[in-house]
Design a protein around this ligand. Structure first.
Ligand SMILES: Cc1cc2nc3c(=O)[nH]c(=O)nc-3n(C[C@H](O)[C@H](O)[C@H](O)COP(=O)(O)O)c2cc1C
Length: 369
């Protein structure tokens, strides 16, 4: 029976347990996206906390796809030395690290030089910015940007890549009829809406080779009327499975989903409320053989064990609990099974504008008092 603290092999990666640090934007990079000492320190601490697989914060593959200030970048070869140093340090500590590759699309912050681009033109980009509808040439450029970024990740020594197709960023925008009402070959039917993701997947696979782990993070559904449905999501996972994706991470929701966004808040202290995509995972497991990483609201070791043992998922991923307690997995492994201290308040989102980038406000307050 699968258990949390057993070694596994995921494609070519040897993992010391089944807990994954879900991609979490650290906002600790330089202004141009380059790796900093601050980011290195943060990631090393997570590795020392014994997380089995570390997925980087979403790294932007093209400048117009930047989602936030001081986000990690992977859009240019000039960033390679820093990325190489990062993987070297993580490996020296015994960690395994995957680079999450992302493009914000409509939610690009724009840098003056680069207007945000998405499936549709809109006057409602970040802070009311104008968003341009992607042309065929823009789409080709995005596909090639993902492929180049994946190659860079491999060259830099990352153990794999994860294509970010969740949470209402570019690839998720294309999948979603809520964002995407295009009338060309990239909009309309599910086959058309999935076209960009599949082109990106194929290009990434082509640039890194068959032996290199390629993962995809996708919404179980958008939880918004007219968004990506649960049935469509399973079909897209099936399309990726047929192409040879190595693992799928299931999340859900977008920034427009209110209370059902990917990082749910509120009364989530009861064990029943944990793992809010478990129902979707059940359906995935009935139809798809590719390993599933399940994220979303896990706080207790017992819940994680149950999810693994009942075969709902092969790995469980955590984001906020590890912002709060980077050594949570180590604590559990050493026998202290008290639930994660994270109270799911989401105050961590706002910290990305602070000098040090991401941190847990609740822990900081506790430490000060
Ligand atoms: C501060 C913060 C930053 C995040 N950054 C990313 C990101 O870069 N890429 C991503 O796919 N998800 C990101 N997420 C979402 C998490 O990976 C995860 O899907 C979500 O928080 C639910 O997991 P949790 O309940 O364990 O926090 C972020 C979440 C938080 C709280």
């Amino acid at each position: 029976m699968p258990s949390v603290f057993e070694e596994t092999r995921l494609a070519s990666m040897h993992l010391k347990n089944r807990v994954v640090r879900s991609a979490t934007n650290e906002a600790k990079a330089e202004k141009n996206g380059a790796v900093t000492g601050l980011l290195l320190e943060y990631l090393v601490d997570l590795v020392r906390g014994q997380v089995g697989l570390l997925i980087s914060g979403h790294a932007y593959v093209a400048e117009e796809g930047q989602a936030g200030r001081r986000q990690l970048g992977i859009y240019d070869n000039s960033l390679l030395p820093g990325l190489q140093h990062l993987t070297g340090v993580v490996h020296a500590e015994g960690g395994v690290i995957v680079a999450q590759l992302a493009h914000a699309g409509r939610w690009g912050i724009g840098t003056g030089k680069h207007a945000a681009r998405g499936p549709m033109a809109s006057g409602e980009g970040v802070a009311g910015r104008r968003v341009l509808a992607m042309t065929r040439a823009d789409i080709n450029a995005v596909v090639s940007a993902f492929a180049h970024a994946a190659r860079r990740a491999r060259t830099a020594g990352f153990d794999g890549v994860q294509i970010h197709s969740a949470h209402g960023y570019l690839l998720s925008q294309f999948l979603s009829p809520w964002f995407n009402q295009r009338e060309d070959g990239y909009g309309g039917s599910l086959e058309n809406r999935a076209r960009l993701l599949l082109e990106v997947y194929d290009a990434v696979r082509g640039s890194v080779g068959a032996d290199y782990p390629v993962l995809v993070k996708i919404n179980a559904e958008d939880f918004v009327e007219g968004g990506l449905s649960a049935a469509d999501s399973v079909q897209v996972c099936q399309m990726l499975a047929e192409r040879g994706v190595d693992a799928i991470e299931m999340s859900g929701g977008t920034f427009n989903t209110g209370g059902l966004s990917f990082a749910r808040t509120g009364d989530r202290l009861s064990a029943e409320a944990e793992g809010y995509y478990c129902g979707h995972a059940r359906r995935y497991k009935e139809e798809i053989k590719v390993p599933l990483i399940l994220v979303g609201g896990f706080l207790r070791l017992s819940t994680i064990q149950e999810v693994l043992q009942t075969g709902l998922a092969d790995y469980v991923a955590l984001s906020r609990p590890l912002i709060c307690e980077p050594h949570l997995v180590k604590r559990w492994a050493e026998g202290d099974h008290v639930r994660a201290a994270c109270v799911s308040c989401n105050q961590c989102f706002a910290t990305n504008l602070s000098k040090e980038g991401l941190f847990c406000k609740v822990t900081q307050r506790r430490q000060k008092s």
